[in-house]
Design a protein around this ligand. Structure first.
Ligand SMILES: NC(=O)c1ccc[n+]([C@@H]2O[C@H](COP(=O)([O-])OP(=O)(O)OC[C@H]3O[C@@H](n4cnc5c(N)ncnc54)[C@H](O)[C@@H]3O)[C@@H](O)[C@H]2O)c1
Length: 560
């Protein structure tokens, strides 16, 4: 029976049959032959996700000093029902990822339809044609309990299989560049032995040309630039690999302006990535306790942060929002912990800060549910059966990536507490974490398992019309700093809701003027780290009381 894969916008694509594979390889072989005649190097990017899709385009866009393309890129993606749609979409010149960066559709269309230096495929046979293989598949970290990263493990199986398939197909001289964020030690102690063993099985006597260089991509407004015009770190398993990877990266990235750092060993490059993200997770987690302090003591943490940030030494202090989501920060430190024990064999417990930071970040958004409950109570509405609108499903502003977003936990906890949830997000068409919660991101990965009463969330749909989403809402949670939410007018919110609402600001989105207006309109406002709202509330109440006292006096006077 035929199987189908659906794109987020609902396009339906039939998965390839067995007989499609030889035809597809023939298509690739022909195009590669003509591209080689043009003197272009053939690069295969494995995994067309958030990183691979745009990395593939950046490589395909590379040119020599005379403006001629130097690479031909084959984007290779597993033909699963979940991901196959990315291939036909990309082959039409349409990005398989959504973002605010206008350069993403431009670069992909240019490379597919104008320069004709980019194509996508589903067959592993394509590996046989590559001079360079860039590995951009995922390496997940599975947590067994909420708020305890120690109780989890790296999921190495898919990655290990990928290394085997690569070594089974590539030529001995193909450079394999691992960009996936991996547990430190993976390149040398897992990938290298697997590939070498496969090489020997194939009768290849040379060693694999293998390197690691991690991505620092930020899929937001500067998505393309964050890959191409950004500093890179790399390292190879031997001298030849190091030279090859440095040469490749210099040819495809803007390394003149953003110089490359070449480290001695891949474990150093892998560790750099994990430390980089653990550092970020830690500075974000650090403010969680001060956020609670601020709420309880009339302090606006947003203004405090602005005050501190003027010190150049403290310019990277950052407000944590409703937890730290995204694919990387919640898991990368875990990969480090896991590697220490399971790759390097140590038994002692050296990690204190990294797991604590991740655990704090993983549970911070639960506090939003408490604030919502309290705000609703203050306007006389019980949380059970309240209609609550969450504005923003993704993990950060102006992207459509919902992976491990704080909003997901907010929805799950409030549902558990009996509320009815709705959601709006201009970048997200389907919130698969709910719509397909039995199988997405994978059955064992869904955060559903940490909450009760989640069944009905399968029916949660993203409402594209903000006005409709607001209609009848008892509470509005400003969860993400999307452009569309920064200037929301309180009068319009209340008018569209049809009643005063509870407003929960999770990300310092409301300025004091708007907070005041919400109170004047009869709303209740609460916010993460925003203790000063109580002052504004008192001020509005005093002004109202004063008016009530003055009104009869004025009326009396005008009668005299
Ligand atoms: N998303 C980010 O912002 C970001 C930033 C820096 C680093 N990274 C790292 O980059 C890596 C990739 O992340 P991502 O966000 O692109 O993940 P993703 O899940 O969006 O993409 C991975 C893709 O690889 C495909 N895939 C998996 N196994 C495959 C195989 N054997 N053959 C072909 N395709 C396969 C999947 O179907 C998917 O499309 C991860 O290690 C991640 O930690 C991500």
């Amino acid at each position: 029976m035929s199987q189908y894969s659906f794109s987020p916008s609902g396009d339906k694509f039939q998965l390839p049959d067995q007989e499609d594979y030889p035809k597809e390889f023939e298509r690739l072989r022909e195009v590669v032959t003509s591209q080689r005649d043009l003197g272009r190097e053939i690069v295969l990017v494995m995994g067309l996700g958030f990183v691979g899709a745009v990395m593939a385009a950046v490589v395909a866009d590379a040119e020599d000093g005379k403006g001629s393309p130097t690479k031909f890129v084959i984007g290779m993606q597993r033909p699963s029902t979940r991901s196959y749609w990315k291939i036909p979409l990309l082959n039409r010149g349409i990005p398989p990822v959504s973002s605010e960066d206008p350069e993403v559709p431009l670069i992909i269309n240019r490379c597919v339809n104008e320069k004709r230096t980019l194509t996508a495929t589903f067959t592993y046979d394509a590996l046989r044609l590559a001079d360079v293989v860039v590995v951009d598949v995922q390496c997940d970290y599975l947590k067994e309990s909420l708020g305890n990263v120690r109780n989890g493990q790296a999921e190495m199986k898919a990655l290990e299989e990928s290394f085997e398939i690569i070594a089974q197909n590539i030529t001995p001289q193909t450079l394999v560049l691992i960009e996936t964020t991996v547990a430190p030690g993976t390149t040398e102690q897992i990938a290298y032995p697997i590939m070498r063993k496969m090489f020997r099985k194939r009768g290849i006597t040379s060693d694999p040309v293998l390197a690691h260089s991690y991505e620092r991509v930020m899929p937001g407004k500067n998505y393309v630039s964050s890959i191409r015009d950004f500093w890179r770190v790399c390292s190879g398993v031997n001298e030849e690999s190091t030279q090859r990877v440095a040469k490749f990266l210099k040819e495809v990235l803007n390394t003149e302006k953003f110089p490359l750092t070449v480290l001695d060993r891949p474990i150093e490059s892998e560790t750099a990535k994990i430390v980089e993200n653990s550092f970020r997770a830690t500075i974000l987690a650090f403010l969680d306790e001060w956020s609670h302090f601020a709420e309880q003591n009339g302090v606006d943490l947003i203004k405090v942060i602005h005050a501190i940030k003027v010190r150049p030494t403290h310019s990277n202090i950052i407000f944590p929002g409703p937890g730290i989501g995204g694919y990387c920060l919640p898991k990368d430190g875990g990969l480090g912990l896991w590697a220490y024990r399971h790759i390097h064999g140590f038994e002692d417990d050296i990690f204190k800060m990294t797991p604590l930071a991740i655990d704090i970040n993983d549970t911070r958004s639960l506090h939003v549910a408490q604030l919502t409950r309290d705000a609703l109570r203050n306007i006389g509405r019980p949380i059970a059966s309240a209609e609550i609108l969450v504005l923003g499903a993704s993990y950060r502003e102006d992207v459509g990536d919902t992976r491990y977003s704080g909003s997901e936990l907010i929805v799950r906890r409030l549902t558990e507490m009996g509320a009815e949830l709705r959601v709006h997000d201009p970048y997200v068409l389907h919130w698969w974490e709910f719509e397909k919660q039995d199988e997405y991101p994978a059955s064992s990965h869904s955060l559903r398992k940490f909450f009760r009463g989640q069944e009905r969330l399968k029916d949660l749909r993203v409402e594209p019309d903000l006005k409709k989403a607001l209609h009848g809402a008892d509470a509005v949670i400003l969860a993400v700093r999307h452009q569309a939410y920064l200037r929301l007018d309180p009068d319009e919110v209340v008018e569209n809701a049809g009643q005063p609402t509870a407003v929960i600001d999770c990300f310092g989105i409301l300025d004091d003027e708007r907070i005041k207006r919400y109170f004047e309109l009869g709303c209740e406002v609460k916010g993460l780290g925003r203790g000063h709202v109580k002052r504004i509330k008192d001020q509005v109440r005093e002004e109202k009381e004063k008016m009530l006292v003055e009104l009869p006096l004025k009326v009396g006077r005008s009668k005299v």
